[in-house]
Design a protein around this ligand. Structure first.
Ligand code: ATP
Ligand code: MG
Length: 246
């Protein structure tokens, strides 16, 4: 499978949440490694409750081999490999090796998922250039959709394929579905606003692994099935269905 990047315009929309949960769900389809591609503000390790010693930054700096910085996370029936990052204090130039590292991982895993930094700085663009397929995460908010549109313009000029939009923190805002489809293109996943996701961040667990029966986990599963190649089309629901968890 190609290397898959999870991107966004605005920060804080849920890239890391999506990358972690989708990786857990994808582990039903094959071996998975999820990479913290955000060396500016890394936090993928937090959602996995991991305190890494060696990280991607050591690999980029030539201080460790890529396999030494990969951690196997097992929760319940799931097993996902995580390549965490830590903050790179020096030049962004170190990132040049990032696409090479991704190529190396691609040989070992069925799925390589990259949690990319927000926006269009080099911290985001260099990892994006190492990916073959890119997804954009947005929230049902005008500013998030507008910023994603700016990133989409850049993606259209990269060799990577744009695979679609993930609408996260959805609470039945059908207007946002229409706005995303008009401005950005097809929606491949709709993920609801969920207390369990917030709690998972506080306590260091991935909700799809710990509560696979939750509605939000089902939505992450559907997205993973779509990424794995199944023909799944998310159905937008209204406010009432959101509240009643139907
Ligand atoms: N589906 C959701 N339901 C509820 N809360 C969510 C959901 N997705 C994300 N969040 C909340 O939003 C916060 C930010 O999410 P996350 O860190 O995944 O965003 P990000 O896009 O990776 O941010 P950054 O741009 O800083 O890397 C999380 O701490 C979590 O509390
Ligand atoms: Mg993040």
């Amino acid at each position: 499978m190609p290397v898959i990047g999870i991107c966004s315009g605005k920060g804080g929309v849920g890239k890391t949440t999506v990358a972690a949960n989708v990786s857990v769900a994808l582990s039903d389809f094959g071996s998975v490694v999820v990479v913290d591609g955000d060396v500016a503000l890394p936090n993928l390790h937090t959602i996995f409750g991991l305190e890494p010693t060696l990280t991607l930054v050591d690999v980029l700096g030539g201080k460790a081999g890529v396999r030494e910085a990969v951690y196997r996370m097992r929760t319940g029936d799931y097993s996902v490999d995580v390549l965490p990052s830590s903050q790179a204090h020096d030049e962004v130039g170190k990132l040049e090796k990032f696409p090479e590292i991704l190529k190396e991982l691609e040989e070992d895993y069925d799925f390589v998922i990259v949690d990319v930094a927000a926006g269009l700085s080099s911290y985001a663009l260099i990892p994006m250039m190492g990916c073959e397929e890119l997804y954009l995460v947005v929230n049902p908010e005008e500013t998030s959709i507008m910023d994603a549109w700016r990133v989409k313009k850049v993606i259209d000029r990269l060799p990577a394929r744009f695979e679609g939009v993930i609408l996260n923190r959805y609470r039945g805002e059908k207007w946002a579905v229409a706005a995303v489809e008009r401005k950005l293109g097809r929606i491949v996943g709709i993920i609801r606003e969920s207390k369990s996701v917030r709690k998972g961040w506080e306590e260091g667990y991935v909700v799809t692994a710990v509560k696979p029966e939750a509605k939000v986990s089902e939505e992450f599963y559907n997205l993973a099935r779509r990424i794995a190649g199944e023909s799944i089309h998310p159905k937008p629901y209204g406010r009432l269905k959101y509240l009643l968890r139907l």
